[in-house]
Design a protein around this ligand. Sequence first.
Ligand SMILES: NC(=O)c1ccc[n+]([C@@H]2O[C@H](COP(=O)([O-])OP(=O)(O)OC[C@H]3O[C@@H](n4cnc5c(N)ncnc54)[C@H](O)[C@@H]3O)[C@@H](O)[C@H]2O)c1
Ligand SMILES: O=C(O)[C@H](O)COP(=O)(O)O
Length: 633
Amino acid sequence: MASSCIKAISSSAFTASPPPSQTKPQPSIPYLLSFLHATSRPISLKLSRSRSHNSHSHSFLITNVLQKAESSSDTYLSKSSQLPKPTSSDSTPTVLVTEKLGEAGLEVLRGFGNLECAYNLSPEELCAKISTCDALIVRSGTKVTRQVFEAAKGRLKVVGRAGVGIDNVDLQAATEFGCLVVNAPTANTVAAAEHGIALLTAMSRNVAQADASIKAGKWQRNKYVGVSLVGKTLAVMGFGKVGSEVARRAKGLGMHVVSHDPYAPADRARAVGVELVSFEQAIGTADFISLHMPLTPTTSKVLNDKTFAQMKKGVRIINVARGGVIDEDALVRALDSGIVAQAALDVFAEEPPSKDSKLVQHENVTVTPHLGASTKEAQARVAIEIAEAVVGALKGELSATAVNAPMVPPEVLAELSPYVVLAEKLGKLAVQLVAGGSGITSVRVVYKTARDPDDLDTRLLRAMITKGIIEPISASFINLVNADFVAKDKGLRITEERVAIDSSPEFPVASIQVHITNVESKFASCVSKNGNISIEGKVKYGKPHLTLLGSFGVDVSLEGNLILCRQVDQPGMIGQVGKILGTENVNVNFMSVGRTIQKKAIMAIGVDEEPKEELLNKIGKVPDIEEFVFLKL
Ligand SMILES: NC(=O)c1ccc[n+]([C@@H]2O[C@H](COP(=O)([O-])OP(=O)(O)OC[C@H]3O[C@@H](n4cnc5c(N)ncnc54)[C@H](O)[C@@H]3O)[C@@H](O)[C@H]2O)c1
Ligand SMILES: O=C(O)[C@H](O)COP(=O)(O)O
């Protein structure tokens, strides 16, 4: 039974991590140190202060006292060069850089240990070399696969991605092999936004085509008449770091800017003079569409035959996000039919694209080879940021830009592990209940527990709720280290409360509640009396269960996918829905009907596979089903 004692754990969770560019060394954490340095001998270190190339901050560089003299030179290798013999003594860390990195970052690395720059390595060459390296720094062109981690034989401790997207790093394998992955999430934002604007303006005035024509000896003034930007509508799809910077700049060009981002706070958009609209409204009204969402299962091929057909004839598309958000074959068809007048693309589903790609060769398409982050300034910032993050990680410091890491002592992790799964699922579920267009800014988490505050470390649970909420809608990867930083960056405030209950403290938490405040829901039944989206979960028999949805008590195992229906509480409802699922061969793994409130009930159905849209439509048409929602877990 809940006692009346409610103790606020933190009113704001966002005091821990400054932005990466201002990050100073954090106090070392013993278990992280042992995690990172499990296989190496202790290093004698001294701290030296150096001016960072980022004019806002100073940084501490680490110099190895014992090895400095012999490790100051680096080795540049090309693909054809002989692979080097191992360069490090046991105690001097070796950092391998496999793609062009700014000189300022290389300088930081030289000051730390052995530096090797070996560009254009084949996968085999990378695997052959990696067992001599403690850290690896890559950009988007190097695939850091499971084979690389296997070949590292436990020596590789850190992978640094000099940029945002880490789709080229096998995170699961990195984690399995105990290798920390860090990135530089903000350093190239402006560069990517500027490239988006460069493509927008170049495309609208046929700059690339006219340039090629004149170089081919032609003078085609009539052929390359362009279109004006002023007064035209630009739809920014994804109002995150890059999207909001593009919007700001497009406003300066006199464009009318709307944005679709189901998860962006409306006030942040309003501050830039941008209206958040639905997906259909955005693509249906735009003269130009600029893509800035991450590549996730939800955004994969989000521009396809069906969505191109909803666009204004003659629309123009810009993509500096990820190639996979467009169905490239469908784009060729849309270009051929004239629905899309022009496209300007920096990114491709496969990079580099094949030489005879119809899309690349299309006369109405302008392409660049993934240059979004490639300005001198951005590359200098990225290089310093990633070099400092890698050096910090090799020293065992917490990193604000870590994207994976077992940061909790194993015994605590073992005890919390079912609650960790529950926390992530609750976050994932809650975010899917938010109606598009209403940004999430405030989340309240309530833990019912019999434990003393000192015996319950909620950082991991909070991080997992944050992960569940943010990861499905963002390019960000969340863990204990970066959860608060990312949440703050996205304008999401998470507060925690502990409700003391009078029972055995054997289990860390009796239940976890997640309340999302000030949003609209796409499933009214999950809104509690105080107007919040409210859900509660418990661990039962070691498995996560949903136990409360708004004011309805339910009991549903959080596995597979979930269909929630609100219905009139009367016999025969389960049979009707079950029959529809059965006819379509959808396997129901559980079903539960929630408590009756004013002759209403909630039916929760767990299904293994994702039902087709037609099937869901059929459920929606069952008489006396008042609302329903499908949720992916
Ligand atoms: N071309 C380049 O060189 C280059 C450089 C930097 C970033 N990028 C790419 O640009 C993209 C954006 O990067 P960012 O740093 O702005 O990331 P971000 O996480 O700051 O922003 C992504 C935004 O997309 C929104 N979003 C998620 N799902 C959506 C959906 N279904 N519809 C609409 N919006 C959705 C999120 O709410 C978020 O606001 C990423 O794919 C990144 O990899 C490319
Ligand atoms: O994700 C990123 O940061 C960009 O796509 C840039 O990639 P790059 O480092 O290969 O230029």
